[in-house]
Design a protein around this ligand. Sequence first.
Ligand code: GLU
Length: 470
Amino acid sequence: MQRNSVKVRFAPSPTGELHLGGARTALFNWLYAKKCQGSFFLRIEDTDKERSSDIYTDQIIESLKWLGLHWDDPIIYQSGRIDRYKFYLNRLLEENKAYRCFCSKDDLDKSKNNEYFSYPGTCRNLSSEDIKSKLNQGISFAIRIKIDEGKTEFNDLIYGEIKVDHKELDDFIIARSDGSPTYNFTVVVDDHEMEISHVIRGDDHLSNTSKQIIIYKTLKLKTPKFAHLPMILGSDKKRLSKRHGAPGIQNFKDNGYFPEVILNYLALLGWNPKNDEEIFSIDQLIDKFDFAQVQKKGASWDDKKLHWLSGQYIMNLSSQDIFDSLRLLDSSWGKGSDISHLINIIDALKPRSKSLNEFISQSKYFFTSPDSFDQDESQKAWPDNSTTAIVTLSYEYLKTFESWNSDFIEKEIKKFASENSFGAGKVIMPLRLAVFGALNGPSLFEIMHILGKNETLSRIQTALSKFPLK
Ligand code: GLU
């Protein structure tokens, strides 16, 4: 297929794992590329040696792959492009559009007033003799870009018109005194050489954009379009951070969430199709995604919504698909049981599971008898020997059943409870404890049906020898 000229990129710094904000940025870039039949690139911004780590690079790559956000072409690593940055830095120096700044930290500190720092332009117009002499003395220097008076304006696809008066900026540094280029400079060089058409990133970069546009203009390069995505907020309406306990993408993978659910949820963080729809397949997201429906207002992270979406997604999956995913996650899950039994277990757990790990943890007592009981639950469900008497009677009654399916068991147990004037709970609660070890979970009758008559009776018998707990 002929590629469209839309080229976007996700450019994480590998200073931490892929978090929700980063994944949302990657997704919006990827969706836009897919929608326009353009290209989506991955660039690892690893020039900060101290803070970058290969472990994080690998983790980011793994998380993107797990989400299914595949990129075109090989990954670009900024650490391998230092020569290109040098090339453009020299060009600016030669054209006198940037200059060496020999000011020491002390010099700069002196020109700081309490509120903010603005470079006074000390080295802006040094004579070539001055420069030569300082270079000969081996004085280290940073490189600053020369900013002329005027204004920089751009039309952000989400924020609209943005105008910055150059009075608010000073000749900012584009290469540090150790020679390393700064973020604003490397991004411009890379986005230019990668022919990026749209820069889509978090709004924490909004204040960098005017500086980057100045660099584009100074280098006489074509400026891409910009779209800044709204902040993701925690429940306290502050920018979402580790403090809020928001998990990284790896964590969702480890906990057995489906990537499709995470993508659906991430898409809703800042975008909505202006109606009540919330459940989208990837193809629908690609089809519907549009910057016009990305809001400026911060988007709140909401665990409950994610869990709801996840539950909906799971309810729409076939139990066979869930079985296949469970076996991929844990090849020993349900080993030894036949598939129809496992499918019944999945059917029973589907309405109450939001991740594969929940299927695994909740299915434990379908495979082994309950071995531990919560003290409070036991006290509530089976307080004394009067309960033992009820369970003994129920056991004798269940033994007589010739049919064993959940509807039949339910009807008969309820009838038994009412005929004996026991409240249904007085029968159901201790039986739940006996057969499943806990008061919550799937319906008792469904559990009994899945376990079969013999296993159910044997568990009740064991419970009769243990309860009431001392
Ligand atoms: N490396 C920057 C970051 O991780 C992103 C830069 C950009 O997208 O322009 O925040």
